[in-house]
Design a protein around this ligand. Sequence first.
Ligand SMILES: Cc1ncc(C[n+]2csc(CCOP(=O)(O)OP(=O)(O)O)c2C)c(N)n1
Ligand SMILES: [Mg+2]
Length: 371
Amino acid sequence: MPRSQTTPPQASPAQPGEAAYQAAQGEMFQLIAPDGSVTDAARLPGPATRLHLYRHMRRIRHFDERAWVLYRTGRMGVFPPFGGMEASQVGTAAALTNEDWLFPTYRDTGAALTYGLPIPQTVAYWRTSPHGWAMPENLKVLPFYIPIATQYPHAVGAALAEKRKGTQNVAMAFIGDGGSSEGDFHEALNFAGALNAPCVFVLQNNGWAISVPTRSQTKATNLSRRAEGYGIPGVRVDGNDVLATYVAAAEAVQRARNGEGPTLIETVTYRVKPHTVADDPSRYRSAEDTAGWDTKDPVVRLRTHLLREGHLTEQGEAELLREIEAEFEAAVTEADQFPEPTPAEIVDHVFAEPTPALVRQRAQLLEEERG
Ligand SMILES: Cc1ncc(C[n+]2csc(CCOP(=O)(O)OP(=O)(O)O)c2C)c(N)n1
Ligand SMILES: [Mg+2]
């Protein structure tokens, strides 16, 4: 008998918790295990690259932690934290040069900072200040995309423009597990495959789309396999292993530069933090759901590995943290110097040439300001 359309969906008690769901998904490309031991020595990047990635992970973790404090003290607006996803964002963005394009979502502040977005500008953006809205002219990074999945077709367009110009530059675009259910995701993959666009699609599977777990979002258990439907390579990577995300991204970038077309990389990670600093995940997920992820911290994993191999010392790390802290404090002081925005600026930076409606609204706001 068909189920009544009006029956609300019931949560099945047989549904596995998030950890069990992730564990059931099969093989992932990995170079270092959660305990820091090497699982594939042949493909390990050199010590200088490993330290470089560690520096970036510590730097963006510091930003993420400080962002909470700024928010709680009224010095930053609502911010979507990425703590715990540093390996997924650093390893991928570090595979680009500044000739390449980066299309980040609201979750990807860490990727944008790794790519080279200055911290003062980033703080300004999350303060909703116009000084953070327009990205620096010399950087090919787009403003953080809030409408989910819209960045994917845009990235294909940028990649095709580079191809037409005869460059070897690529476009890297981020998306979440939830975003990968949107039509734009599928259209972009098909479009990029058909036209052999030099694109790297990073799908960060962090287990959640706000309060919806990936296991309810889709019946698919391996999102990298979606690539097969579009005739492009799909790679499933341990998203908490920065060496694996880096190697997978570097290989995908190289394929794109060589004219071999797009790649989809699924980084399997976890949103250990709330959706935004204003969210309370205890209302929709249990301790069982999140169990196990504490032991997979990507920063701890690389740190353990580097200390064990002798590439990092406690003293070297203390120095690095001092540097990162000083850089951040100086950057916030710089962001504090940006003039307070005026209400009329709300309509600036929307289009290069304002539309007649925006011109009217701006005049109206100025009028109101004059009182
Ligand atoms: C087109 C669109 N629909 C709905 C939303 C509301 N929304 C904001 S975040 C989000 C969930 C996205 O989840 P996911 O893609 O997994 O990214 P994550 O937040 O986990 O990084 C939704 C539905 C939106 N921003 N844009
Ligand atoms: Mg998600």
